[in-house]
Structures are given as structure tokens and as C-alpha cells.
Design a protein around this ligand. Structure first.
Ligand SMILES: CC(C)(COP(=O)(O)OP(=O)(O)OC[C@H]1O[C@@H](n2cnc3c(N)ncnc32)[C@H](O)[C@@H]1OP(=O)(O)O)[C@@H](O)C(=O)NCCC(=O)NCCS
Length: 189
């Protein structure tokens, strides 16, 4: 496994989507995403940005710092044909000993139900395996988040366990049970 500072970080493109490092111009994407009710329900510790300027400041400072210190790889996802940002992906909890990480993806509402999610999750996992050299990627979806679980299963994630009261909704602060699923490079499809 490589440290993030060592990895090739140029964009990765497949299935009409581009996965690339975020930039300050992604402020509208991040501002909207952090206010989206489903993103706030199903991801932990989502802090809604006050406005696009606050999101731009966050993008300028935080993702590069997390990348340089090897703590998290954040990505914007964009439509390869139009260049329009459609969502976000992240590899967090990078563990050099286990050569593992955790993945999460969200799409803006108008880009859901279009079968974009599988391509998005696949690209984030390919980055983890091919560029970082991970041997395992975990995903924790709320038990009532069927689109997330089905998307993972469709690209090769296997169910690894049920974790009661694993994480707190950023929106309602209620605890969600989670389904743990895990992916190894040989299973990615
Ligand atoms: C999770 C997310 C990226 C999935 O993207 P999506 O575009 O909604 O997913 P898709 O439309 O491709 O649906 C995936 C599967 O779930 C099914 N599905 C979609 N909505 C569903 C629903 N409300 N109930 C049950 N199944 C549903 C689809 O039919 C599809 O299954 P299929 O391929 O067998 O037909 C998107 O919903 C999202 O951004 N959600 C908010 C953030 C989030 O929850 N992120 C994951 C955190 S772990």
C-alpha cells in the first residue's frame, strides 16, 4: 500500500464518469450535497456549509490537508461528457497495516436513479485498489439505505456483518443500524 502523497492522483475515467481530486470550483456541489437530506441522514458528521463561499474555503483547506497527511482521499465525480459535477466519493480510515479503507459515495438528487451510482462506487474502489494498493475496502450502509446496499452488492461487495446502532445520522442524530460489506480486488466487477 502506498501513502497518498506517493500515489498518482490524475483523474480516472470510466462509464461516462470522471473521478478526480476536488477543487475550490466544486463549492456548489459540496454546498448542495451537505444540505441534502439523504446525505445528512446516511452519512456521519456531515456539516452543512453556510454558503458556497464557506464550501470553497473548506475545499481549499481540508481535502488537500487530509490527502497530504494520508488521512483521507476525497474526490469529486463529474459527468465525462459535460464536465458537470454530479457527486462525491471518499476513501477514509486508511489503514496501512491492514491495507484497508472505508468508502462512501453520494450523488446530487438529480443524478440518482440513473445507474450512475455503480460507476461512481466502482471508480472510487478502483482508485483504492489500483493507485493506493489497498487489499480490502469496507462499506457501512444504514440498514434502511437499500440503494447504497444494492449498489455495493452489484459491484462485488459481500455482506460481512450487521452492526447495531453503528452510526448517528447527521440530520436527526438518531442511531442507525448498519450493514457491513467488504470488497477485495478479485471480486470487483
Ligand atoms: C446511495 C446512492 C449513491 C445510490 O445512488 P442511486 O442513483 O440512488 O442508486 P441507483 O438508482 O443506481 O439504485 C441502486 C439500486 O437500488 C435500487 N433502489 C433505488 N432506490 C431504491 C429504494 N428507494 N428502495 C429500494 N431500492 C431502491 C435500484 O433499483 C437499484 O437496484 P437495481 O440495480 O437492482 O435495480 C444515492 O442514493 C445517494 O447519493 N444517497 C444519499 C447518500 C448515501 O446514502 N450514500 C451512501 C452512504 S453509505
Amino acid at each position: 500500500m502506498h501513502t497518498l502523497a506517493e500515489v498518482r492522483d490524475e483523474p480516472m475515467t470510466a462509464d461516462g464518469l470522471v473521478l478526480r481530486r476536488p477543487r475550490p470550483g466544486d463549492a456548489d456541489l459540496v454546498h448542495r450535497g451537505t444540505h441534502d437530506p439523504l446525505v445528512r441522514e446516511f452519512l456521519q458528521a456531515v456539516v452543512p456549509h453556510r454558503d458556497a463561499a464557506a464550501a470553497e474555503k473548506w475545499l481549499t483547506e481540508i481535502p488537500p490537508m487530509l490527502w497530504e497527511t494520508g488521512r483521507a482521499a476525497y474526490f469529486a465525480l463529474e459527468d465525462a461528457a459535460t464536465g458537470v459535477p454530479v457527486g462525491w466519493a471518499e476513501l477514509v480510515d486508511l489503514d496501512p497495516e491492514r491495507e484497508s479503507a472505508e468508502v462512501a459515495v453520494w450523488l446530487l438528487p438529480e443524478h440518482r436513479r440513473l445507474r450512475t451510482a455503480k460507476a461512481a462506487l466502482r471508480l472510487a474502489c478502483r482508485f483504492g485498489f489500483e493507485r493506493i494498493g489497498l487489499r480490502r475496502i469496507d462499506a457501512f450502509a444504514a440498514a434502511d439505505n437499500m440503494p447504497s446496499q444494492l449498489t455495493g452488492a452489484a459491484i462485488g461487495f459481500r455482506r460481512a456483518g450487521y452492526r447495531p446502532a453503528l452510526f448517528r445520522s447527521s440530520r436527526t442524530h438518531r442511531l442507525h443500524d448498519a450493514v457491513h460489506a467488504t470488497l477485495v480486488p478479485e471480486d470487483l466487477c
